[in-house]
Design a protein around this ligand. Structure first.
Ligand SMILES: *[C@@H]1O[C@H](CO)[C@@H](O)[C@H](O)[C@H]1NC(C)=O
Ligand SMILES: *[C@@H]1O[C@H](CO)[C@@H](O)[C@H](O)[C@H]1NC(C)=O
Ligand SMILES: *[C@@H]1O[C@H](CO)[C@@H](O)[C@H](O)[C@H]1NC(C)=O
Ligand SMILES: *[C@@H]1O[C@H](CO)[C@@H](O)[C@H](O)[C@H]1NC(C)=O
Length: 393
């Protein structure tokens, strides 16, 4: 019986080896010396696996098995000279940042992908170990700014699927100068009181999609910076945190605009804002146009709908100035729920560049089960369907 089976097994193995290209192109970090003990620094092993995958002429898969892997310094995955444009990093376990925040200190990023093309990250947990840095910051001591957990810079054709990021020191995920990015099934979590732990930040990037994700942090759920175009966010749950924010815009005098942004089926729970557009009260060439906020649910949100163009923290570098950011063609469609403050809808636009083309369609927000209020300054547009509080446009 055993002898009779053998040729079949050999054939099956040959078949597997010759037709399963992912087998040939698989790079397990353990092979490169990584130890899943949470204390041995695996930076060099990850780097070696990356260089091998990147140099592969075919599709390559980097495997990070279960267990905890300390990535003890800032790790750059540079794609500039990669041969492969199809690299998947499959993570079963957890990557752990150094517990001492001075190690990443002012390096900017913990895990940084630069100039990559065709990289997918599947699964995995990234543990930023940010809590001691948050404590330092909130105590008012002078502390390093900390590192963003995961960043993609000048990259294209990127997928992030089923990734969890915990307790980032600074932002969780940043896309800067990227094209064609899809994120789905992302879980981002940090304490509601943690400073600057934005969930996803996107800037100077085109064709970015975020689907089916959950973000609870101490800062913006998603922040959308200058130069963002064709952004689609659908089915996202935010809270705690500061909500979805276009901005801050207009920090620089010379700035690219934001256009064609859709946020659909977003639920906000106990957040500071729901749908926000925010700009500095300073001259700027930037703008925000063609924005759709649709099917939103607000649960006890301080500012469910807000445009604030008079942002000037500590009254520094802007007193007496007005925002140069032109906000136009912004639609709020089917937004309902509860506001934690009386003013549920607030449009505080630039006196020099008033908001135009604001549309409210079927917006129903209450405050303590009573009528909420709307407030408008320099805002023009239309309301249709059932709109409560009554439109001030
Ligand atoms: C976008 O990226 C995905 C994933 O790499 C790829 O499959 C797709 O072809 C890309 N789309 C375009 C238009 O380049
Ligand atoms: C973005 O997507 C659109 C529509 O699919 C496409 O025409 C355009 O070339 C893409 N832009 C970039 C910069 O990839
Ligand atoms: C706006 O962005 C969406 C993707 O979010 C894209 O499908 C659509 O083509 C873009 N529209 C324009 C006019 O570029
Ligand atoms: C309004 O939004 C809610 C929440 O996303 C959704 O369940 C409902 O179907 C939407 N209504 C319409 C008419 O699209």
């Amino acid at each position: 019986m055993a002898n009779a089976m053998r040729p079949t097994l050999v054939l099956a193995l040959l078949f597997f080896l010759s037709f399963n290209s992912s087998f040939a192109g698989t790079y397990n970090v353990i092979t490169y010396g990584a130890k899943a003990d949470g204390v041995t620094d695996t930076t060099n092993a990850f780097n070696a696996a990356w260089i091998a995958a990147c140099g592969s002429i075919e599709a390559a898969t980097i495997i990070v098995p279960g267990g905890r892997f300390l990535v003890g310094s800032n790790m750059v995955f540079n794609g500039g000279s990669c041969k492969s444009s199809d690299i998947t990093i499959t993570i079963k376990g957890t990557l752990v940042a150094p517990g001492d925040y001075n190690v990443l200190g002012n390096t900017g990023y913990w895990l940084s992908f630069e100039s990559v093309n065709g990289v997918s990250i599947v699964g995995g947990v990234l543990d930023g170990q940010g809590s001691s840095l948050w404590a330092c910051k909130t105590s008012g001591k002078s502390c390093p700014s900390g590192a963003t957990t995961l960043a993609f810079t000048n990259s294209k054709n990127v997928v992030v699927n089923g990734l969890t990021s915990l307790n980032s020191q600074l932002y969780h995920i940043v896309f800067n100068g990227c094209q064609n990015v899809t994120m789905h099934g992302i879980r981002l979590s940090a304490a509601g009181t943690s400073p600057n732990t934005d969930g996803i930040h996107i800037q100077f990037s085109t064709n970015v999609t975020v689907l089916n994700s959950r973000v609870g942090t101490g800062d913006d759920c998603v922040s959308i910076g200058p130069g963002t175009q064709n952004l689609w966010i659908e089915n996202i749950a935010c809270g705690p945190g500061h909500g979805v924010s276009i901005g801050s815009l207009g920090k620089s005098a010379n700035e690219d605009g934001v256009q064609n942004v859709t946020v659909r089926r977003a639920t906000f729970s106990g957040t500071q804002n729901g749908f926000r557009i925010k700009s500095w009260a300073r001259p700027s060439t930037g703008f925000a146009q063609n924005i759709l906020f649709q099917h939103g649910i607000m649960n006890n949100v301080q500012n469910p709908i807000v445009i604030d163009q008079n942002y000037c923290p500590n009254n520094q570098d802007c007193p007496g100035q007005v925002s140069g950011i032109q906000v136009s063609d912004v639609t709020y469609n089917n937004v309902s729920g509860s506001s934690a403050t009386k003013v549920a809808v607030k449009f505080d636009c630039s006196s020099e560049y008033p908001c135009t083309g604001i549309t409210l369609e079927n917006v129903q927000l209450t405050y303590k089960n009573q009528r909420a209020e709307a407030s408008c300054a320099n805002a023009a547009g239309t309301a249709s369907g059932l709109v409560q509080p009554n439109s001030c446009l």
